[in-house]
Design a protein around this ligand. Structure first.
Ligand code: MG
Length: 248
């Protein structure tokens, strides 16, 4: 069941979204060769506390951290730790925050120092596909149009869309209906309506779309070892079109 949010509830979700946007902006600024993913996580946890927010991820099904930090061939759900970022890496940082019981969820992929131009193209295409998907998310449009728009943009660029993990509705729960795939036919899925709030999050691989879960039981990696990028926003469907909640 898709939960429709009132104007007042959307206002609460904007507050959560703003904290996520502010935190990710700061985290992106900290990414440089030599920093550990654990240090990024520590910063995120302290920053959320300062803003009176709680991390959505910590403790979720036992996840041990406030951010997911996924480096290079890691797609999503990477656990922060002692790994030091080095020049040429890319890191996907996914962050969820709860403010007054409402969730915001967003992700960015950030280059570490100078990165191979083909990998920079992967980041650019993935982010573009997110924004194209968002633009398509209007009342009366099938969710499949959003999914299909993302897939077409990614595949035209020669990259592939992960199938096994998808976006989601979001609100008082981090994961609500509907699932939001980044691939599929435009005539599928529910009709979007005013007051729906969804997290759109294309996960895009430079190689094939197949993924595996690493032995830590969390980290999702590409099967072929190719690099992967991830961008996400929480949006609201409004009468005026899509509104990005996790943006300043
Ligand atoms: Mg999400």
């Amino acid at each position: 069941m898709i939960i429709i949010k009132s104007k007042k509830e959307l206002e609460s979700m904007r507050q959560a979204g703003l904290v996520v946007a502010d935190a990710l902006e700061r985290l992106a600024g900290l990414v440089k060769p030599g920093i550990t993913t654990a240090a990024l996580d520590r910063f995120a946890e302290e920053y959320l506390a300062q803003r009176g927010a709680k991390p959505s991820f910590k403790g979720y099904n036992g996840f041990p951290a406030s951010i997911c930090a996924s480096v290079n061939e890691e797609v999503v759900h990477g656990i922060p730790g002692k790994r030091r970022l080095k020049e040429g890496d890319i890191i996907s940082i996914d962050l969820g925050a709860i403010v007054d019981g409402w969730h915001g969820d967003a992700a960015i992929t950030v280059p570490v120092g100078e990165v191979d131009p083909e990998i920079m193209r992967l980041l650019k295409v993935t982010e573009e596909s997110l924004y194209l998907g968002i633009e398509a998310a209007k009342p009366g449009v099938r969710l499949g149009v959003v999914s299909n728009t993302i897939q077409k943009h990614v595949e035209k660029a020669g990259f592939s869309v992960v199938r096994q993990y998808v976006g989601h509705g979001i609100g008082r729960q981090m994961h609500e209906d509907p699932p939001v795939p980044n691939f599929g036919r435009p005539d599928r899925g529910p009709l979007l309506a005013e007051g729906m709030t969804i997290a759109i999050e294309p996960m895009v691989n430079a190689g094939g779309y197949e993924v595996l879960v690493a032995p830590d039981n969390w980290t999702v990696v590409t099967k072929d070892g190719s690099y992967s990028a991830h961008f996400e926003h929480t949006i609201a469907i409004t009468g005026n079109g899509p509104e990005i909640l996790t943006r300043k």
